[in-house]
Design a protein around this ligand. Structure first.
Ligand SMILES: *Cc1c(COP(=O)(O)O)cnc(C)c1O
Length: 427
């Protein structure tokens, strides 16, 4: 597949943008080679600027739950654009969005709209600190919550360490307020609370980790976190920016039957436009300005164009939707396991409705960040490039999830499996 126009555009982009991209993972650093410039999308497919077609599993990194150029979303955006792009006043569509979120997400009684997942988690953390009067937060190794200072901290090894900034520019004082623990390790969380319980404002996690590949919670992990946080007067925050509306109508908290105190949303909620949200218990949300004194604001928050796109997306998810993408995800994951077995390649495939990850490992299971980093990322890079050349666009990083959308029908999944089989056969 020639990608000469992409290559030329990438060279040009590097002249005016750091690394040629507006978000680092787009740059293919994890797999090598030049990024592909996409011109348009249609359903499960995207088309690059050289005219090549790919089956897409990146889905704009999650939002495109119904595939590309989904007509109800496009129509809603077109209609709203003609009525005005935004006014900086309250609008009816914001009320409709808020009511829809409150009705669907079990843990949300009140919700505030923002413009990105990063903004949602940053605001939820401030609210948790303001509500509890405590400074520490506890996060898990390998969970990503956007790029706000206090959430970029990451653990060294060990059961519990004070976080060190893993990005220059995060003040040491900020990082010190972030504790970290291994995902799926309740004992480490218990140890952190035994030492710092009085000072921990919140535990934040992806209830299904999706930013170190897909790692579901072990049985009892989420319930254990709910009971530890409640016991110590800390808040439990589910970052459902990736899982919200995807794994079930009400997100992972509905799937596993655990309602957190606060929830953050993003990606699908914007239908492809920049939207985030945070919400939760009414008594906690009452601390947000102007009702309370925890300040949070946004010029474009609740923007009607973005609300129109997001609402059209949410309304398109009927009762059969999640069963359908759940089945498509299983068809993919089981098919990939079969291909790997046939080709004698040791893999672990993790999946939850609409989310899928393939790990090259002999370990038999992948439950935490340390399991993930032990996987063979070079083998993933080879698979990535083989698939790209065969017209299948997986995430350009071994640590990202592949997303299945409502447009991924059996024919699309089967074409993917044919490409995977061939790629694994060729090493
Ligand atoms: C993508 C993501 C974020 C960050 O959202 P942005 O819109 O990129 O700022 C936060 N948390 C999780 C779980 C995510 O997947």
């Amino acid at each position: 597949m020639p990608r000469t126009t992409s290559a030329a555009l990438f060279q040009r982009a590097r002249g005016s943008t750091p690394g040629g991209v507006n978000s680092p993972v787009r740059a293919f650093r994890g797999v090598g080679g030049d990024p592909v410039f996409i011109a348009r999308g249609d359903g499960a497919h995207i088309f690059d600027v050289d005219g090549n077609r790919y089956i897409d599993y990146v889905a704009s990194w999650g939002p495109m739950l119904q595939g590309h150029a989904f007509e109800p979303v496009v129509a809603a955006v077109r209609a709203q654009a003609e009525a005005g792009l935004g006014f900086g006043t309250p609008t009816e569509i914001e009320v409709e969005m808020a009511e829809t979120v409150v009705q669907r997400v079990p843990g949300i009684e009140q919700v505030r709209m923002v413009n990105s997942g990063t903004e949602a988690t940053m605001s939820a953390i401030r609210l948790a600190r303001g509500f509890t009067g405590r400074d520490l937060i506890l996060k898990f190794d390998g969970c990503y919550h956007g790029h706000a200072d206090s959430l970029l901290a990451k653990a060294g090894s060990g059961v519990l360490t004070f976080g060190l900034p893993n990005s220059p520019g995060v003040p040491a004082g900020t990082a010190r307020n972030t504790l970290t623990a291994p995902f799926n390790d309740l004992d480490a969380v218990g140890a952190a609370f035994a030492r710092h319980g009085e000072d921990i404002a919140a535990v934040i996690l992806e209830p299904i980790a999706g930013n170190m590949g897909c790692i579901p919670p072990d049985d009892g992990f989420l319930a254990g976190l709910a009971s530890i946080t409640e016991q110590h007067g800390a808040l439990l925050i589910f970052d459902e920016v990736m899982t919200g509306f995807r794994v079930a109508p009400g997100g992972a908290q509905e799937l596993y039957g655990i309602a957190p105190d606060l929830t953050t949303l993003g990606k699908v909620i914007g239908g492809g436009l920049p939207v985030g949200a945070f919400g939760g218990r009414a008594d906690v949300m009452a601390h947000i300005a102007p009702e309370g004194d925890v300040y949070q604001a946004g010029t474009l928050s609740g923007n009607p164009l973005a609300m129109a796109a997001g609402l059209a997306m949410l309304r398109s998810l009927d009762e059969t939707f999640h069963a359908r993408i759940g089945k498509a995800t299983k068809r993919l994951s089981e098919g990939v396991r079969e291909c790997a077995a046939r080709r004698g390649v040791a893999v672990v495939v993790n999946d939850v409705c609409g989310m899928f990850s393939l790990f090259f490992t002999e370990a038999g299971q992948v439950r935490s960040y340390s399991d993930v980093v032990a996987c063979d990322t070079e083998r993933y890079a080879r698979l990535f490039h083989a698939l790209l050349d065969a017209g299948v666009y997986w995430a350009p990083s071994a640590f990202e999830v592949a997303f299945v959308s409502g447009a991924h029908d059996d024919a699309v999944i089967d074409a993917t499996l044919t490409a995977v089989d061939e790629a694994l056969a060729n090493g």
